[in-house]
Design a protein around this ligand. Structure first.
Ligand code: 8X3
Length: 250
């Protein structure tokens, strides 16, 4: 029987690349996102290409009721969730603490922290039953705080702490819990962070070869396909030009 992976934020970026990688490997996909048209396009394309099954769930990860309504009530044939990838997340703004926008802070906290908690909690009964695997997308920003990164860094530090907490508390259930912490990856991450300013966004990735979303998807494929007794707890991944949040050789 095909395995099932549930990916939040699956309409673009890492989420889409992860969906492609696992579809190519014959897994069935539960894909969630806010944007129905984009999500359906990803699902339809992968069904056609790889002959796998998909379930698309359209909701806002920030909305507790919507998350629980969808993820706590999966159709019977979709309940054997082997892997949950908590991928939905974003950065908004790169401003000093004194200048930053409160709404940006709230959206990042509501998505990166509360959304991850809601999705984990709602899908947990299925994951526990399956002795499955939770994979949380953190960031190098969850390992070091950098200038003007304030609340984004705080949310990713929270992902780091939540991952550790989940691993400890779920120990009796033999659930694997992994955090993947990418550095700079060329996706629309920076375009969103800089609110559509393409010049600022492309400057982030200029002058060196950043990671690609596919590099993250390959890593998750590896982590999710290890023998039953092996769990990668924590994995920091950067391109060779980057040492950590502070040191990048352009
Ligand atoms: C993405 C990496 O350096 O923009 O989480 O925080 S960074």
């Amino acid at each position: 029987m095909s395995k099932i992976i549930l990916i939040t934020g699956a309409s673009s970026g890492f989420g889409k690349a992860i969906a492609e990688k696992f579809a190519a490997g014959g897994w069935n996909l539960i894909l969630t996102a806010r944007r129905q048209d984009k999500l359906e396009a990803v699902a339809t394309d992968l069904q056609k290409q790889f002959g796998i099954k998909t379930l698309t769930l359209v909701f806002d990860i920030q909305n507790k009721t919507e998350v629980f309504d969808h993820l706590n009530n999966l159709p019977a044939e979709w309940q054997a969730v082997d892997v949950l990838v908590n991928n939905a997340g974003l950065a908004l703004g790169r401003d000093s603490f004194q200048d930053a926008n409160l709404e940006d802070w709230e959206t990042m906290i509501d998505t990166n922290v509360k959304g991850l908690l809601y999705a984990s909690k709602a899908a947990l009964p299925y994951i526990i039953k399956q002795k499955g695997h939770i994979i949380n997308i953190g960031s190098t920003a969850g390992k070091e705080v950098y200038k003007d990164g304030n609340v984004y860094c705080a949310t990713k530090h929270a992902v780091d702490a939540i991952t550790k907490a989940q691993r400890i508390d779920l120990l009796p259930h033999q659930v694997k819990v992994t955090a993947i912490h990418p550095g700079a990856v060329a996706t629309d991450f920076s375009l969103i962070r800089f609110k559509g300013d393409a010049e600022k966004a492309s400057a982030v990735y200029a002058g060196y070869e950043p990671l690609k979303a596919e590099d993250i998807a390959d890593t998750i494929w590896y982590v999710a396909n290890l023998p039953k007794h092996v769990c990668i707890n924590d994995l920091v991944i950067t391109c060779v030009a980057q040492a950590n949040s502070m040191y990048l050789q352009k």
